[in-house]
Write a protein that binds this ligand. Structure first.
Ligand code: ATP
Ligand code: PYR
Length: 597
């Protein structure tokens, strides 16, 4: 089907121009753009002074603080628009009340309290030290964009409680914290240490690994293993690595279901830690390769996640694209329209073998360096990380860099210099998100760890902007249709124009979030404010680099919508008088475009 597209510019002194293929463009006569043309003085409102660069305190946001007055300066802005697939306007979904589209309402201000312009997103694993409402709120205030719950640990009741608290936090305080549920996967791991929170294995100690269920008659220093074939598969002389090598044992004897091991690298044993065994310097993986990626327990957990409406499902030990496709069709059949994004965890040799097709099939990826480092030599982990980050960007999928970013902060209040350098490198690679694991789940300083991630991210992002290190990477097309190509062209050109003109912000009005995602992929210098009418789209966008997502009700009068978004952002001190803004949209029916006969 032929597509067409319109380009709008306001009649101001700094009208940006955009270069797009001639056959896809038609310049709109200004009379037909009335509904969408920016008011000449759209960017000239008086505002309050702004505060911190990352988090502005939640204002009480009374209407009087929000109202703006024009002051008559003369710079301008542009509005580039395209129509995507729908002509229907999307109504608000969150409150069902009547929609006042002329002005931003108190309810919308409250709903959109979230106001950080940090580009790198932060994921926190929630555990015993962070599951209380106040602790969750402290993490949200500290910049948590996504709360991760790990189904390896805790009961479903416990996870349900965390989900409810995060939801309440979003509703009461205006955050958009998304929930990511991480499956256990069916790799070999230890049991739960009989209720102890950890156990110390010392150098030279003998420990027994057994498939027998934990009970008090077992010898001291016995660890339960979840895999029935364990004693059969290991051989005397094998190395047994706990938690990717945090503790190491050598197998010295097999007695029926029990395997006696000598501790050769001492350390802390944590409940349900992953186990791998190595022989003659190679990972023994035949058995693991035969285990299903999604175990029967995982399927029950997935049902739980669907019922609870989680935003992301992170799937452990993905081996092929097929499992992701299978899961997606299962979710589509079960969730009746609700949209859950699938994040493939890259943490095994098999996932590396099939990397590109796995990422294409998924909605995002996680470089799960903990288990990955137990399956490939540690010195290969950094190059694999960079490869996955670049590939995800090329394929337009958000990517999370996870594990041991600030491991020492589980015990100490400051990170090591090496950890700061590691975080900086992930930010410099422009990964979408960084993830805290034990640091926020069971560490002594969860908020401090988050503060370190936040401040290092802000510092490195600013350093790279100041250095004008624009992304050099040529972005290949990811869409398969002509209309996808148009969207991509617009986003690529908008990002380029934003950098060239040094604009202050890009606004994207988006229905499904796809256009926002394409803009994020370009990693422009300025923040991207993404406006959507759907609460769940807003939360999902909160994982992606540079996107600051808001939910608002819209009319099909673009001028109203623009004014409304200016009001909101001014109220949140995110834009100010004289700022230059580029706006693009994939959701507004009236920005239509005709098929050339
Ligand atoms: N819900 C929870 N309840 C209790 N402890 C938890 C919980 N979630 C995490 N933890 C603790 O925090 C540690 C780090 O969390 P993390 O989610 O990284 O687990 P993990 O066991 O390393 O699994 P994975 O390999 O999937 O990351 C865990 O080993 C566990 O001790
Ligand atoms: C996060 C995770 O699962 C890992 O690093 O192994």
């Amino acid at each position: 089907m032929a597509q067409s597209l319109q380009l709008f510019t306001s009649s101001t002194t700094r009208s940006p121009s955009i270069s797009l293929p001639k056959h896809s463009l038609s310049k709109t006569p200004s009379s037909s753009t009335a509904a969408f043309r920016l008011p000449v003085s759209f960017n000239k409102f008086s505002i309050r002074a702004s505060s911190s660069p990352d988090l502005n305190p939640l204002s009480s946001a009374s209407t009087s603080q929000v109202l703006v007055s024009e002051n008559g300066s003369s710079s301008g802005g542009g509005f580039v628009s395209t129509s995507a697939t729908t002509r229907e306007f999307v109504p608000a979904v969150s409150d069902g009340s009547s929609i006042d589209v002329d002005t931003v309402t108190e309810a919308e201000l409250k709903e959109n309290g979230f106001r950080s312009t940090r580009r790198t997103k932060l994921v926190c694993t929630i555990g015993p030290v962070t599951c209380g409402f106040e602790q969750l709120e402290a993490l949200a205030v500290g910049g948590m964009n996504v709360a991760r719950i790990n189904m390896c640990h805790g009961t479903r009741e416990w996870h349900r409680m965390v989900i409810e608290r995060v939801r309440r936090l979003n509703e009461e305080k205006g955050y958009a914290v998304a929930i990511m549920m991480d499956t256990e996967g069916s790799e070999i791991h230890m049991g739960d240490l009989g209720g102890a929170s950890s156990a110390k294995a010392e150098d030279g100690e003998i420990w027994t690994f057994s498939v027998r269920a934990f009970d008090s008659t077992l010898p001291e220093r016995t660890i339960n293993v979840n895999y029935e074939g364990f004693a059969e598969d290991v051989r005397v002389g094998d190395d047994l690595l706990v938690d990717g090598g945090m503790v190491r044992f050598e197998v010295i004897e097999k007695i029926g279901p029990d395997v006696k091991c000598l501790c050769t690298d001492p350390g802390l044993l944590l409940p349900r830690a992953n186990l791998t065994f190595w022989r003659d310097g190679h990972l023994v993986r035949e058995r693991n390769a035969m285990l299903p990626t999604i175990s029967s327990k995982d399927w029950l957990d997935i049902d739980f996640g669907i019922a609870e409406g989680v935003d992301f499902l992170a799937i452990s030990f993905v081996k092929s694209a097929e499992v992701i496709k299978h899961l997606k069709s299962y979710i589509a059949a079960r969730s009746r329209g609700s949209d859950i994004s699938i994040i493939a965890k890259i943490e095994s040799l098999d996932s590396l073998k099939n990397l590109e097709e796995i990422i294409v099939a998924s909605d995002g990826a996680m470089v799960a360096r903990g288990d990955l480092g137990a399956q490939i030599p540690l010195e290969q982990v950094p190059s694999v990380q960079q490869k996955v980050v670049q590939l995800c960007r090329r394929l337009n999928k958000p990517v999370i860099v996870a594990s041991q970013l600030l491991e020492s902060m589980i015990e100490y209040p400051t990170p090591t210099r090496a950890e700061v350098a590691d975080v900086s490198e992930a930010v410099r690679q422009r990964a979408d998100a960084l993830m805290l694991s034990g640091e926020s789940a069971m560490g002594q300083f969860p908020e401090k760890a988050l503060t370190v991630l936040r401040s290092v991210s802000l510092r490195i992002e600013k350093w790279w902007r100041d250095e004008k290190r624009h992304e050099a990477m040529e972005l290949p097309e990811v869409g398969s249709s002509y209309s996808d190509s148009i969207l991509e062209e617009i986003c690529n050109s908008t990002a380029k124009m934003a950098n060239n003109l040094e604009v202050d912000a890009i606004f994207v009005y988006t229905k499904t979030g796809h256009m926002a995602s394409l803009l994020s992929r370009c990693r422009p210098d300025c923040p991207i404010f993404a406006f959507t009418s759907t609460t769940s789209v807003r939360r999902r966008l909160n994982l992606q680099w540079g996107l600051i997502p808001f939910r608002l009700s819209f009319s099909d009068d673009m001028e109203n919508n623009l004014n409304k978004t200016f009001m909101l952002l001014k109220a949140r001190n995110l834009i100010k008088s004289g700022d230059l803004v580029l706006a693009v949209s994939d959701m507004l029916q009236s920005i239509q475009v005709m098929n050339v006969p």
